[in-house]
Design a protein around this ligand. Structure first.
Ligand SMILES: Cc1cc2nc3c(=O)[nH]c(=O)nc-3n(C[C@H](O)[C@H](O)[C@H](O)COP(=O)(O)OP(=O)(O)OC[C@H]3O[C@@H](n4cnc5c(N)ncnc54)[C@H](O)[C@@H]3O)c2cc1C
Length: 366
């Protein structure tokens, strides 16, 4: 006889996996369902920068989650390594931001959130071929290696004996007495306790499909394609992340350098384009001409769960008493993930949250 898990999470990207882990830490039985393999969508494809880009230009609701996640990441990375043997490569490379016309706002933000900041040193700037405007050096900003993070998270869930169902697509729900009594999948139907939708870019369309009879049956979450390039260089060639305008370079420990990214509203289309390759390549070579000596080895695309302002939904559904949503992290799912998972857990378990949940409600602007 199978027992109904207390929590069923639909979607196993970084948000779903971190949420499953947080419930497991709280002693709650949890299962996770994904239509493909865990962690192979946006969460695999991203750059893993652990800072929203120019957070001082974004909504405060993003900074609250980011600042809290920053305190959680070192322990998370250590635990994943010791529990699984897979190193997610949390790397404190620092970030050089070349152009800061709004430097006053940037410095005020750093002070408010206790982020170490300095004027960029001349030696750092000499590496780059760019006329910088009030360059800013954030020495403690980290990146994490997405494919390794999701691999470690998946292994950690396995080690914790969390039920994982891959290649299982949720296609419908049964609703009775203002709650979801069962979910339908391509492998059949099962009863559920609490349901959490963490389906990334698919969350908006999935809700329409699942909740068509209800008044709140859609959320403004839409796919936003991002393309990236990967160069194969030597370790230490570039020592810090570089953010220049809307594009960036991220040096991994083994010398690979990522260049990203595009922001394209093209629906659920993950194909890569020659145009993006040219634009990103031109950007990379213009800022860091040394790259010309090294091969460009890979290009890929992922679908970010886009919302208007980039504020995620982390909330209970107002009509269905056992449905919650943790989705819509747009460009920041890696940095916002740990704090979002903790907030979701606190909401469902009725604990006092570390962060005011109000900005992440369905009715708040996103
Ligand atoms: C190019 C690029 C660069 C990025 N760079 C950064 C960065 O530097 N820093 C940062 O913080 N963020 C970055 N991001 C954003 C970040 O990757 C996303 O915000 C984050 O991965 C979203 O995680 P998620 O779990 O919500 O979505 P996903 O990882 O997409 O996971 C959603 C999961 O739901 C599953 N699913 C969907 N529908 C169903 C269904 N009906 N039934 C079952 N399962 C379903 C999917 O198969 C998928 O596995 C970047 C994204 C891209 C694309």
């Amino acid at each position: 006889m199978t027992t109904t898990p207390d929590i069923t999470i639909i979607g196993g990207g970084v948000i779903g996996m971190l949420t499953a882990r947080a419930f497991n830490n709280a002693g709650v039985t949890v299962s996770i369902i994904d239509k493909s393999q865990l962690g192979q969508e946006s969460s695999w494809a991203g750059g893993g920068i652990l800072l929203p880009l120019y957070p001082w230009r974004q909504a405060d609701a993003i900074s609250y989650l980011a600042a809290h996640s920053l305190t959680l990441y070192p322990t998370l990375a250590e635990q994943l390594l010791s529990n699984t043997g897979i190193d997610p490569e949390l790397t404190r490379s620092g970030m050089l931001i070349t152009d800061n016309p709004d430097a006053d706002k940037a410095l005020a933000w750093c002070q408010q959130y206790n982020i170490n900041h300095q004027a960029a040193a001349l030696a750092q700037l000499k590496q780059l071929h760019r006329l910088c405007i009030q360059p800013l050096w954030l020495p403690e900003i980290c990146h994490i290696r997405n494919p390794r993070l999701v691999k470690a998270l998946r292994q950690d869930l396995c080690n914790r004996k969390i039920a994982i169902e891959e290649h299982t697509e949720v296609t419908g729900v049964r609703v009775a007495d203002n709650r979801i009594s069962a979910i339908k999948t391509n492998h059949g139907e099962r009863t559920v306790g609490e349901v959490i939708i963490a389906s990334g870019a698919w969350t908006g369309t999935l809700l329409q499909q699942l909740l068509h009879g209800l008044s709140i049956n859609s959320l403004a979450i839409a796919p936003v394609r991002g393309q990236m390039l990967l160069y194969d260089t030597e370790p230490g060639l570039l020592t810090s992340m570089v953010l220049a305008g809307d594009s960036y370079l991220i040096p991994r420990r083994d010398g690979k350098i990522l260049v990203g990214s595009t922001v394209e509203h093209v629906g659920f289309d993950k194909t890569t384009t020659e145009q993006a390759k040219t634009t990103l390549n031109e950007f990379a070579l213009s800022v860091f001409p040394t790259l010309e000596r090294y091969p460009l080895i890979k290009q890929w695309a992922g679908l970010r769960p886009g919302t208007q302002q980039g504020i995620p939904y982390i909330t209970r559904h107002p009509e269905l008493t056992n449905l919650s949503i943790n989705a819509g992290h747009f460009r920041n799912g890696l940095i916002l993930g740990p704090a979002s998972a903790e907030l979701m857990t606190d909401i469902v378990l009725a604990n006092t949250p570390h962060i005011n949940p109000e900005p992440y409600h369905i009715t708040s602007p996103h």
